[in-house]
Design a protein around this ligand. Structure first.
Ligand SMILES: C[S@@+](CC[C@H](N)C(=O)[O-])C[C@H]1O[C@@H](n2cnc3c(N)ncnc32)[C@H](O)[C@@H]1O
Length: 304
């Protein structure tokens, strides 16, 4: 039995003996500070590492849409166009991107749809790169290092969105309540996220631990119907819940693997061969996970 398999078995035994119905495969952070520290352990690498890994013009670190796309940039734009269509973005609207990565998605939306807005992230290296990108592309968006719990704004938003970010949030109901407080009446919230296809898949597996480890256990996937219940509890009206075919994730992860391989020498120099090896393994294992029946990928659109 490998070390990972033994750890998975141990976690399963503990989870089962605890009979903890709220258990979702990964330990939950105790405080916001711990939350920030764990999340940044993944993201605080030099931006060049993630820009190379994600590729394309907009560097989305999330699943892109590959039907009708032949390049990474096209796949990123197809995905962002879908989100923009669902939110019905129009010029002049004010948009909040919670968990904005290296700024590419919000900068694209500002250029293509004429929106303005704010992007939040936790990681300082992400901020520096996102600000540089907005300046180069000449768009009026702002970026801030700020946990969503601490964000306040005098002007309301027309749309607030998250693209594969709430997996990091320990208290998702408080997040949805916060979004409600930031939106003007009748404005929209959009969340794109992966979910377990069944509560039977909450059990830890060796593959799940590889992904959990690379994210310093800062992630916790849930079920789509649990998320919809929280959205309702936060007094949103559901407009759409659409499923994105998971084969798009396999293609996205394969593209990221190719990007790593192509730049192996430079990336090993940048972050060291051990970290390079761990990322290659996580992408390989991730591809196997999304090729199976375990996960769904969904977009939820709800109105205040
Ligand atoms: C997987 S990346 C997704 C980035 C982007 N949405 C995309 O599609 O490219 C997760 C992002 O969420 C941010 N994040 C995680 N937890 C956060 C929190 N509590 N408040 C604000 N940002 C957070 C991270 O700093 C990172 O930028």
């Amino acid at each position: 039995m490998s070390d990972l398999q033994a750890r998975a078995k141990d976690q399963r035994a503990r989870a089962e003996s605890a009979a903890d119905v709220s258990w979702r495969g990964y330990p939950q952070a105790a405080t916001a500070e711990e939350d920030i520290e764990r999340t940044n352990a993944h993201y605080d690498l030099p931006p060049e590492f993630f820009l190379t890994l994600t590729g394309g013009r907009w560097n989305c670190y999330s699943c892109n849409l590959w039907d009708d796309a032949t390049t990474e940039t096209e796949s990123q734009e197809r995905k962002l166009d879908l989100l923009a269509d669902l939110m019905e973005l129009r010029p002049g609207q004010r948009v909040l991107d919670v968990g904005c990565g290296w700024g590419g998605p919000l900068v694209y939306l500002a250029k293509r749809y004429g929106v303005r807005g704010v992007g939040l992230m936790l990681s300082a290296p992400q901020l520096t790169y996102a600000q540089k990108r907005a300046h180069i592309e000449g768009v009026g968006v702002e970026f801030r290092v700020c946990h969503w719990q601490d964000y306040v704004d005098a002007e309301a938003f027309d749309a607030v969105y998250t693209d594969e970010v709430i997996v990091h949030f320990q208290d998702k109901l408080s997040y949805f309540n916060k979004v409600r407080s930031l939106l003007r009446p009748r404005a929209v919230m959009l969340n794109k996220e992966a979910h377990f296809a069944s509560s039977q898949y909450f059990r830890p597996t060796a593959a799940g631990l590889v992904v959990s480890d690379i994210f310093e256990e800062s992630g916790s996937y849930g079920l789509l119907h649990d998320e919809l219940a929280l959205v309702d509890q936060a007094r949103f009206a559901l407009e759409r819940a659409i499923s994105i075919p998971i084969h798009n994730y396999k293609k996205t992860l394969e593209a990221w693997q190719d990007n790593l391989k192509r730049s192996r020498g430079g990336l090993e120099e940048l972050v060291g061969p051990e970290l390079y090896r761990r990322y290659s393994r996580y992408l390989r294992v991730g591809s196997r996970i999304v090729a199976g029946p375990w996960m769904t990928l969904d977009v939820v659109l709800a109105r205040r």
